[in-house]
Design a protein around this ligand. Structure first.
Ligand code: C2G
Length: 128
């Protein structure tokens, strides 16, 4: 059982997120997704989400590729998550290229190409 983990906000869920989760799941058998809490987003990413953590969690849980959703409450929980959830592969979109290589003593670290042209920011701008 190969276990994969990835992290994100997943606000205004869109096909770029789905593409990432699909490809992450293809790297193993079990996918854990850590969804950023409202507090973490606001305090650490200065992001004000449109949907609350509970709403974003429910939507990500509904995705066929996702096996478990956990909260992301701080930047430095990743090492503990990799150990606690017995993770073999850590996956992020390549906008994070290199940022999590420090985990490579614990697990495989993979950066996948982002889906071009779609983003939550773009959606918000287009809707304005
Ligand atoms: N993503 C993608 N293509 C897009 C948009 C997003 O592949 N067009 C990927 C991102 O690279 C990321 C994941 O989808 O791997 C979630 O994106 P966000 O919700 O924007 O996550 P982010 O705010 O980058 O939070 O500790 C890590 C952070 O929680 C990541």
């Amino acid at each position: 059982m190969k276990r994969v983990i990835t992290y994100g906000t997943f606000d205004l869920l869109h096909y770029g997120h789905i593409n990432l989760l699909k490809r992450a799941k293809e790297l193993g058998d079990y996918l854990v997704v850590a969804v950023s809490t409202d507090e973490f987003n606001w305090n650490e990413k200065q992001k004000k989400c449109y949907f609350s953590y509970e709403e974003r969690k429910a939507m990500v849980e509904a995705i066929r590729y996702v096996d478990l959703v956990i909260p992301e409450t701080c930047w430095d929980q990743k090492r503990r998550d990799v150990v606690d959830y017995q993770i073999d592969t850590f996956v992020m979109g390549d906008d994070w290229q290199g940022k999590f290589d420090f985990l490579s003593d614990l697990c495989e670290v993979v950066y996948l190409p982002r889906t071009p042209e779609i983003s939550t920011t773009r959606i918000k701008q287009d809707l304005k």
